[in-house]
Design a protein around this ligand. Sequence first.
Ligand code: MG
Length: 167
Amino acid sequence: MKKKMEKAFNKQVNAELYSSYLYLSMESYFQSVSLTGFAKWMRGQVQEEMFHGIKIYDYVHERGGRAHFEAIQKPEAEWKSPLVAFEHILAHEQKVTQLINDLIDTALEVRDHAAKAFLDWFIIEQVEEEATVGEIVDRLRLIGDDSSGLFHLDSELAKRVFAMPVK
Ligand code: MG
């Protein structure tokens, strides 16, 4: 694998681990306001983002590259409401989508078509991610100040079970 590609992949490993860290911080926020269903849903995000990071890390090694780690940015710790937290997630995931697009641009630039094929999985994943989070944002907007609506959504989100995807 070309050094430029390896460097870009390593940067993405860092971004995915930061996502995991951010969602763990949000999980703690939801625990602190007793929204345990939201917290459980967030745990799924934490594991999923960790999986994304490891998936890229494994790919770098599969292609004969090496991991190079940088410090992981400190995540925010407080949000004004569940809606504000989910708007933050949506904006964050849109940024991640842009990072994946940039990675594909790099893959095409260095004519690494294998890397491009590997990254296609992430493109599909991001579409799903943005759709899921966008739907929760919409529902939180509808709920507004209705606490019974919020608790209903909380118990629905509690049902999330994270299954480690098969490679
Ligand atoms: Mg991710």
